[in-house]
Design a protein around this ligand. Structure first.
Ligand code: GLA
Length: 395
């Protein structure tokens, strides 16, 4: 039985009716880290881990949410959502409803059964997966057409304002627009994007360090604030700039005296990382995996030394990966301070890589890592429909 069928059965057992099921994936970022909130370039791929939402309309204005992961139900009224979450898992779906209503979408009351398999807290965007699957399902049940970019922006708004995390647009965007077998090159300023086929001989292997350091959320906000401060300082000499996207490495060097050493290094990471994204795009466009090693290593070093968002476990995982056969490149992925690394590994060596890295990481760090061999997957989609069972919905 596939996930969608299983969810229909669980939905029926809980709510007594049929439902439609929508799925939205988590993501792994291949290159372009901490660039999205600087109007920069990113290159993530949607992955097979996802969140599924079974939904059926109700005749009142209630949202009845059930989370399979938390084995808990939560009830809210669409007309009384407030403007701020309360630190509960339900903040994510409710925040999305709040953002959609705020953008002028008329929504219907509904029963929602939510079940996800994106590893929580691993930096693989379980939050974007729940936001996008909820948003997609709420819009569909109210008969609204889906504008995927608009949905991504509203999910980001939900997370920024309702949940209270100042994330960029990357995760929600790729969860909406992901494409099987492809990475997305996204311009986070214009929101234009292009899908790039991944070289066929390459597997995406994600290594989970199994640690999540407390600094994660607070340091993320500190980095954002530092980038904003650097732009204000640099603007004294470069009046036209709006973000680090507008600054070249040459201009940064020329105006180094305006910045503290720390701000200078933060900027150097962001500006050089945008260039690395374009290098990887060129390689993928040529169908090449050779050449990834240097770019990925430079990205990791820049995140470790200039942006200072790596940690001992991520560094060890990358170092161990670099020693294995069939590896085209490895680096930390996501916000940092724990979570995962992304590795490009020759398809034929992926299983051996998984075994060896697991053993070597465990003996170095004392934790057994989870290692996932992934494929780039499709963005948000309808997976099951039982329209005839949806009370009150005419199609
Ligand atoms: C987190 C955020 C993203 C992005 C990355 C760093 O995953 O959700 O918006 O900023 O960190 O690249």
């Amino acid at each position: 039985m596939n996930k969608g069928h299983e969810l229909l059965t669980s939905f029926k057992a809980r709510f007594g009716t049929g439902a439609s099921v929508y799925r939205a994936p988590g993501r792994v970022n291949l290159i372009g880290e901490h660039t999205d909130y600087n109007d920069g370039l990113v290159m993530p791929a949607a992955i097979g881990f996802s969140c599924c939402v079974g939904i059926a309309a109700r005749d009142d204005r209630k949202l009845i949410l059930y989370s399979e992961n938390y084995s808990e139900a939560y009830e809210a009224d669409l007309d009384e959502l407030g403007a701020r979450g309360s630190g509960h898992w339900a903040d994510y779906p409710l925040g999305v409803a709040w953002a959609l209503l705020g953008a002028g979408y008329r929504l219907r009351g509904a029963n929602l059964y939510i079940a996800g398999d994106v590893p929580l807290g691993a930096g693989l965007s379980s939050s974007a997966a729940i936001e996008v699957s909820t948003g997609y399902s709420l819009l569909s049940v109210a008969n609204h057409a889906i504008d995927r970019t608009q949905l991504a922006l509203l999910c980001q708004r939900a997370e920024n304002e309702f949940v209270g995390a100042r994330v960029g647009i990357m995760d929600q965007f790729v969860s909406c627009h992901g494409r099987t077998g492809h990475a997305l090159l996204i311009d986070c300023r214009s929101l234009e994007y292009r899908s790039l086929r991944l070289p066929r001989k390459v597997s995406l292997v994600i290594c989970n360090t199994m640690v999540k350091h407390k600094l994660q959320a607070s340091e993320y906000n500190v980095r954002r604030a530092q980038c904003e401060e650097a732009v204000r300082e640099l603007a004294k000499a470069l009046p036209g700039i709006r973000s680090l996207r507008d600054v070249s490495l040459e201009q940064l060097l020329e105006n180094r005296n305006l910045l503290s050493e720390t701000l200078y290094r933060r900027c150097r990471h962001v500006i050089s990382e945008n260039r690395r994204v374009l290098k990887v795009a060129d390689l993928f466009e040529a169908g090449k995996a050779e050449g990834l090693r240097e770019v990925m290593a430079a990205s990791h070093e820049s995140l470790r030394d200039d942006y200072e968002v790596s940690c001992r476990e991520l560094d060890a995982m990358v170092e161990i990966a670099g020693r294995q056969r069939g590896v085209y490149g490895a680096r930390m992925t996501g916000g940092g301070f724990g979570g995962c690394t992304i590795n490009f590994v020759d398809v034929e060596h992926a299983a051996e890589f998984q075994r060896r890295v697991s053993a070597e990481y465990e003996s170095a760090i004392g934790l057994r890592p989870d290692i996932y061999i992934c494929e780039a997957s499709q963005g948000a989609e309808l997976v099951e429909t039982a329209a005839e069972n949806l009370p009150g919905v005419t199609r």
